[in-house]
Structures are given as structure tokens and as C-alpha cells.
Write a protein that binds this ligand. Structure first.
Ligand code: CA
Ligand code: CA
Ligand code: CA
Length: 268
């Protein structure tokens, strides 16, 4: 009886405690941003690997880490709340739905804070860094498409995206595929994305999101062919041997420089 009473009182106040705690999370750009002095001389794109990540990049990584912890805490609290309220499933579901909305709102606020941080730290001379104006917003997220002169091998492209708080793109749906292909335009340049079978031949994996390539498969006919037993990285290409071919996927040699696509994985 006493235990029941304690649980009942606790369950009365718990929603208020949780509500105050989580609605208090704010995405303060002041706390996020503090710009470094502008570089004194131009830094060329090809030199970027010699540079350390700058302050804004590190802050971006730190914000993403914080967000992950907040999501875990939020999920934990939701599970705890659910166990206490197992006598009233309907009430519990309502509260969980509210909390999920709060989680989503916090995620959105953190994403906005990251974008604001990038805006507050313009680095016009640092060609190794992606400018906010170069990030394109498509229906399925935010991306960076390297220019025709920004070409590097898959590993370098992977590092470049990461050093800017992004990942090589992971194309998980036809909607995302179509948005990217439309953004490429009519050219035939190849673009690296995060798919690869570096870990295990023929098992393709999106390294950008840490998932195997299961839900969506868009390789060109005859691909992946692991040509010369040495093709382990996935790219968009237009197969000139096929009449009327459009952008599809191909496995190619990871060490060959091509253009590439980075993606903002805000909830990673
Ligand atoms: Ca994606
Ligand atoms: Ca392969
Ligand atoms: Ca191939």
C-alpha cells in the first residue's frame, strides 16, 4: 500500500520534472560560436589534410555528441516513465508522444545552432573548409557537392567531409536519390558517396550512417562488378556504354579522384 502511494505521488510529479528539464534545453549560438582569427594567407584545397580542424568544426562535433547523449537520456526517461505507468497505457502513450515531440524539437534546435555557428564563423580564405553558402538544402537534407575542380579519392573525400562536420552522403531512399541526381544536373562527372565494400567483398555498407545497404539499391546494370578485383567504393556515374543512361551507382577504385557529395547527418 505504501509503495503504491509513493509510486502514485511520484508519477504525479514526474511529468512536471521531465517537462521542465527538457523544455529548458536551448540552442544558444553565443555558447556555440567563438570565431578564430581569419587565416593570414590563403590555404589551398589540396592542402587541407595538413590542417587541424578549426574551432567551429570541433564545436560542431561536440554539439552532435551532446545531442546524442540528450537523445539517449530522453529515451531512458521515456522507458522509465513507461514502466511506472504500466497501469495506464493510454496516459503513458500520450506522455511519450509529447516527449518524442520534445526530442524532435531539441534535435531541430541543435541543428539550427550548428548552422548558425557555421554562419558566424566565415572562413573565406580557407578553401579547405565548406562555406555555409555552399551547403545545398534538398528535400531530404543538407548536402555539399564538390565543384568540378574539387576532386579527390574516396578516402580523402571521406576525411574532407568529416573535417567539416559532415559525412560522405548515404543514399537510403529513391527520394534522396532523385533529389541528388537533380542537383548534379546534366553533366557526366562522377561523385563519390559513402557506400563501400571495403570491410567485406560484396557486402556494401553506408559508412556515413553505419548501416548496411539494404533498403535501397540503385546500381547500374552489370554493377557492382569489382573490376580488376579492386573496386570497393561507390559513386554516381553515367555509363556511356549504355544508350540513354542516367546517373546510377558504380563500384570503382577507391584511390581514383572524383567529385563527391557530403551530407549533414544531424542526428548521428
Ligand atoms: Ca542520406
Ligand atoms: Ca568490391
Ligand atoms: Ca564497377
Amino acid at each position: 500500500m505504501r509503495a503504491t502511494l509513493q509510486i502514485s505521488i511520484f508519477s504525479l510529479f514526474l511529468p512536471l520534472l521531465l517537462w521542465n528539464r527538457e523544455s529548458g534545453v536551448e540552442a544558444s549560438t553565443d555558447a556555440v560560436c567563438a570565431c578564430q582569427p581569419a587565416p593570414t594567407k590563403p590555404v589551398y584545397f589540396s592542402d587541407y589534410t595538413n590542417l587541424h580542424s578549426d574551432y567551429c568544426d570541433r564545436r560542431t562535433a561536440s554539439e552532435l555528441e551532446k545531442l546524442t547523449l540528450e537523445k539517449l537520456e530522453c529515451e531512458y526517461q521515456t522507458a522509465l516513465f513507461s514502466s511506472i505507468h504500466n497501469y495506464s497505457l493510454a496516459t503513458c502513450n500520450t506522455v511519450i508522444a509529447t516527449k518524442e515531440t520534445l526530442c524532435d524539437t531539441n534535435t531541430q534546435m541543435q541543428t539550427e545552432a550548428i548552422v548558425a555557428c557555421n554562419k558566424a564563423c566565415p572562413r573565406p580564405l580557407q578553401l579547405e573548409s565548406i562555406k555555409t553558402s555552399e551547403i545545398v538544402k534538398l528535400a531530404t537534407g543538407s548536402y555539399f557537392l564538390s565543384s568540378p575542380t574539387q576532386q579527390m579519392n574516396w578516402h580523402m573525400a571521406d576525411q574532407f567531409c568529416k573535417s567539416n562536420g559532415l559525412e560522405l552522403a548515404s543514399v537510403e531512399t529513391i527520394k534522396e536519390n532523385d533529389a541528388l541526381v537533380a542537383a548534379f544536373g546534366p553533366g557526366t562527372d562522377r561523385f563519390w558517396i559513402s557506400g563501400n565494400d571495403l570491410g567485406s567483398e560484396k557486402t556494401f555498407y553506408w559508412s556515413g550512417v553505419g548501416k548496411t545497404m539494404e533498403t535501397f539499391w540503385y546500381f547500374e546494370k552489370g554493377q557492382p562488378d569489382n573490376a580488376n578485383n579492386n573496386e570497393n567504393c561507390v559513386q554516381y556515374f553515367v555509363d556511356s556504354r549504355i544508350a540513354g543512361a542516367t546517373y546510377k551507382w558504380n563500384d570503382d577504385n577507391c584511390n581514383t579522384p572524383f567529385r563527391f557529395v557530403c551530407e549533414l547527418e544531424a542526428t548521428k
